[in-house]
Design a protein around this ligand. Structure first.
Ligand code: GLU
Length: 330
């Protein structure tokens, strides 16, 4: 019999740490109130999967997370994963921004040990809560040798997703997490089963290390609509080093906004065309002449993930060609 894996479990808050007044409160409840030990006490079965070492790092809803929270979670994980007696880690997290934190960790942690970010759509107090099983599954995935080298994973609703692709795509259903190219695998009765692996570079194969990052450049997102006003775009561009423009369709931009965005690029703001559609590639020099205007395009990254990637990319270079290649690689 092989020894049980040692898994670090870091609590950061969210619905998985929530508490409703009544069991029927599946959507109205207080978030981030239960400590990580109390959550783990609801799944004594997890002790059969792994030796658990729990700690409370944060206790806040993930809608509040800024770059400092991402850096803090990454640094703590890095120091835990460097320890010989830690085989993997689980982070409990609000679901609202789980895809951003997970992608950030996927790009900056320098370890092949499994890291699983997990949340729930219903608090532990609700009817048919997904909290206990999601956390049990996350521990099972983190403890399993087949999860090594896959980067950061998100586990929810019996599914294992790669951090690069997963998106919260429903505001209240249990079936909220989707990856546009499909999940990596299932978890069933404490056993992960993988059917594919991430194609894009991550963790050990990226130029970013959480251990040397102290701040992230300011990158903002503008969400497009026909009546979007020039002043709003100028105000956001004025304070940013990078700007993700969540354009209509294939990253398209209304005529009256071309000049403020061209002007931002001339002033050195890195303008990246993305799409508000939620899926698909934005083709360089397709809907707009990016070469002529000095703009970049995402590959298929949704705007919040593009924000993370551009912020990291800007710690390496401000060269447009280098930045464009980064969007196509990660
Ligand atoms: N406020 C919660 C958060 O931390 C709500 C979402 C959830 O955890 O399901 O993101």
């Amino acid at each position: 019999m092989t020894a049980k894996a040692n898994i670090a479990v870091i609590g950061t808050g969210g619905t998985i740490a929530g508490q409703g007044e009544a069991a029927v409160n599946t959507s109205a409840y207080a978030c981030s109130v239960l400590g990580i030990d109390a959550i783990l006490d609801t799944i004594p079965q997890a002790r059969a999967l792994a030796n658990l070492r729990a700690e409370q790092l944060l206790q806040i809803g993930s809608e509040n997370f800024d770059n400092t929270h991402l850096l803090a979670i990454g640094r703590r994980l890095s120091s835990l994963l460097a320890q010989d007696d830690v085989d993997g880690a689980v982070v409990t997290h609000g679901t609202d921004t789980i895809e951003e934190t997970a992608y950030f960790l996927h790009l900056t942690l320098k370890s092949a040990k499994p890291v699983v970010v997990v949340g729930s759509m219903r608090p532990p107090s609700a009817l048919s809560s997904d909290a206990a099983l999601n956390l049990y599954d996350a521990i099972a995935v983190a403890a399993h040798p087949s999860s090594r080298g896959l980067g950061t994973l998100v586990v929810a609703n019996d599914e294992i997703h790669t951090a690069r692709d997963v998106v919260k795509s429903n505001s209240f259903k249990l079936e909220a997490f989707r990856s546009p190219y499909g999940m990596l695998g299932y978890v069933i009765e404490g056993q992960p089963r993988y059917y594919r692996s991430p194609a894009r570079a991550h963790t050990l194969a990226t130029p970013w290390s959480i251990d040397t990052l102290s701040t992230l450049p300011k990158v903002d997102i503008v969400y497009a609509y026909g009546a979007l006003d020039r002043g709003a775009v100028e105000a956001i561009a004025a304070g940013a080093q990078g700007l993700i423009y969540a354009g209509t369709g294939n990253g398209n931009i209304a005529g009256h906004l071309l000049e403020p965005l061209r002007d931002a690029a001339r002033r050195g703001v890195r303008v990246v065309r993305a799409t508000r559609t939620g899926n698909g590639i934005v083709l360089r020099n397709g809907a707009q002449p990016d070469d002529e205007y000095g703009w970049l395009t995402v590959d298929d990254q949704i705007p919040p993930k593009a924000r993370i990637l551009l912020a990291l990319a800007l710690t390496q270079s401000s060269d447009a060609r280098v930045l464009q290649a980064i969007f196509e690689r990660y």
